[in-house]
Structure formats: structure tokens, C-alpha cells
Design a protein around this ligand. Structure first.
Ligand code: TXA
Ligand code: MG
Length: 315
């Protein structure tokens, strides 16, 4: 069956309510949604995405009133964060409600909950009246998808439907915050910065880099965001020799006379971040074997892109 492509959030909601797998746009990246209370549908999603069963999914809600559909005994600090920063690119890890099937959270007693800042997505979520589990809509390990075409590139006709929207505005995933530790811990840097979290008057720290389960977002133990081309991080393009088999992505242009098979120079870190996953995919479409990526300066507002660059390079 060809994948159904629709622009109607109510149609997408109807399909989700019938247990179908429906990709949808958000402000961070596209998600691959399924009813989080339907064990069979969730099992199909893990299989389709080839996602390891120990990597929990984020549950998406339309608004704060729906929180009880996914979570219980919600710590006050999670409410504080959500009240200030949701809808937005923030996921809070809180105790899970019994209605969420155990496979969604990989057997954990906690659940990551997020309210996306995207009108179409929220109309769809509201119309389902359900908690919707959704990982990023890419095959496991591949760069995330920020356009509907990239979702179709990864899943072809194996999806039931896709709610078509514009390219994702932010381009990198949400910030995941563990709200059950004190201080709260950022498990994955993302669209909300540490400064924004702290402006809510919440005591929050970055979790250390760790390979111990539990010290990190479980998903961070798996390879991520990797194109087929080899990703090499560089400080400046002056450090590399141009090659027509290679691409270059960065903030500074290569020195005069250096040529690459494809190059993209971004005017800001924000634009680099927004375009990054799609650029990695474009490198593969062009059959280039290497992509040199300029690392961004250290700093809170660059943390998410710096992290995805390192991970794309397999560090
Ligand atoms: O922006 C986003 O968050 C996108 C869009 C679609 O909402 N979703 C997304 O999902 O990035 P995914 O599955 O690619 O990444 C979810 C991350 C993983 O690193 C996972 O380990 C972590 O969230 N996570 C989910 N539930 C968790 C939990 N209960 N405890 C700790 N980490 C959790
Ligand atoms: Mg992902």
C-alpha cells in the first residue's frame, strides 16, 4: 500500500486512533507517531524503525491539560519547566502513568513527555485525545528527518501515512531533562538552552558524558545521526585540502582556490543547525564519500549542534 500523504491533521488523528503509524512535522524534527496505549502498534513502530528495545520513546501531548494521559505524580519542577517553556523543544522525564504500555518506555518507570510548538502537530494530537509516542522519523542511526521527503526516503511505503508540513524550524531535537534528580539534569542538549531552563528558576545541570545506562538518556548509548559518508570534524576549513569527492559544511568558507564536490556556508549557528541533518542526507544523495564539518565554538547556545556534530562523527 502506498503511504497516504495528507495535510489534514484530523485525518492523521483518525489514523492514529485506528492504531496506524503516522509521521508528522514538529518544530524540531519530524516524528513517527503511534498510539502509546496500543502495544501492538508500538511493537510495529520499533520494528519499522529498527530501534533497539532498550531505547525509550518520547510521548507527545497537545497541551498541559493532557499531561495526566502520560504521567503521574509529576514533580513541581517539571510543571514549572513546562509552564514556562511548553509548547517548545523540551522533553521532561517524569513518572509514567499505567496507561502508557511498558514497551514505549523500554520498561522504565519514567516517561519523557513533550508538547511540540507546531500548530499542525498540536491540532492532530488534540484530536486524537491520546498520548502519542514518537521517535524521530528516521531509520535508527541515520540523520533525523527535517522534511517530509526525507521521511519518505527512509521509510518508503512502510509507513501508513504522513502529515505533510514545512521543513522543521529548529532542525535539532528537543532538550531532554530528567526531572526526578535534584538538581534536574539535561540528558540531551537540544532546542532549549541551559540558560533558558535556569531562567525558570530551576536548579539544573548538564549530565556528564557517560556510557553507564541510567547516567544518560538511554538513546545516547547508540550510534546516531550518521550518514554513509565519513564525517570529519574540523576547526577551520584552512585545515583541509579540497576534494571533489568531499563536501564541506561550516560557518567559514574554505580558502580561495580550494574546491569541494559540494559546500554549504551558513551565516549563523542557528541556520547551520536548521540545515544540518538535511545536509548530511544531501551528501549521501550526491554520492560523496567524506563530509568535513566545521565544529562550532563552545557555549550553551551552541551545545545542541556541537553535540550532534560530535555524534555524527562517531565521537
Ligand atoms: O525533538 C524531539 O525530541 C523529537 C521529536 C519527534 O519530538 N523526538 C526525538 O525522539 O528526538 P527520539 O526517539 O529520537 O529520542 C528520544 C530521546 C532518546 O535519547 C531517549 O533515550 C530519550 O529521549 N528518552 C526517552 N524517554 C526517556 C526516559 N524515560 N528516560 C531517559 N531518557 C529518555
Ligand atoms: Mg532520534
Amino acid at each position: 500500500m502506498p503511504v497516504e500523504q495528507t495535510r489534514d491533521p484530523l485525518r492523521a488523528a483518525h489514523l492514529l486512533r485506528s492504531g496506524r503509524l503516522v509521521a508528522f512535522p514538529t518544530e524540531t524534527v519530524y516524528g513517527l507517531g503511534v498510539d502509546a496505549t496500543n502495544g501492538e502498534a508500538v511493537a510495529r513502530l520499533f520494528k519499522l524503525k529498527r530501534r533497539p528495545g532498550n531505547n525509550p520513546l518520547i510521548v507527545h501531548l497537545a497541551d498541559l491539560e493532557q499531561l495526566h494521559l502520560a504521567a503521574r505524580d509529576i514533580p513541581p519542577l517539571a510543571i514549572q519547566l513546562l509552564s514556562a517553556l511548553a509548547p517548545g523543544p523540551l522533553t521532561v522525564v517524569v513518572p509514567k502513568s499505567d496507561s502508557i504500555v511498558p514497551s514505549v518506555t523500554a520498561g522504565l518507570s519514567t516517561v519523557g513527555v513533550r508538547i511540540p510548538d507546531h500548530d499542525l502537530a498540536r491540532q492532530m494530537l488534540r484530536a486524537t485525545g491520546l498520548p502519542i509516542a514518537a521517535p524521530s522519523a528516521n531509520r535508527s542511526g541515520r540523520p533525523s528527518a527535517t522534511t517530509f521527503k526525507s521521511v519518505l526516503e527512509d521509510f518508503g511505503d512502510e509507513l501508513d501515512a504522513i502529515l505533510i508540513g514545512d521543513p522543521s524550524r529548529i532542525g535539532l531535537e528537543s532538550t531532554v531533562v530528567d526531572c526526578l534528580s535534584n538538581p534536574a539534569r539535561v540528558l540531551r542538549p537540544g532546542g532549549v538552552t541551559l540558560e533558558q531552563l535556569r531562567s525558570v528558576n530551576v536548579n539544573v545541570v548538564m549530565a556528564g558524558v557517560s556510557h553507564q545506562p541510567g547516567d544518560n538518556s538511554p538513546g545516547r548509548l547508540h550510534p546516531h545521526y550518521q550518514p554513509r559518508a565519513k564525517v570529519i570534524l574540523v576547526e577551520t576549513p584552512a585545515d583541509i585540502d579540497g576534494s571533489t569527492d568531499a563536501a564541506y559544511l561550516g560557518l567559514n568558507g574554505p580558502p580561495h582556490g580550494q574546491t569541494f564536490g559540494w559546500e554549504m556556508i551558513y551565516p549563523s549557528v542557528q541556520q547551520y543547525a536548521q540545515a544540518f541533518y538535511e545536509a548530511l542526507r544531501e551528501v549521501d544523495r550526491r554520492g560523496l564519500t567524506t563530509v568535513y564539518c566545521q565544529q562550532v565554538p563552545a557555549g550553551d547556545s551552541n551545545a545542541a549542534l556541537a553535540d550532534r556534530l560530535r555524534r555524527a562523527a562517531g565521537d
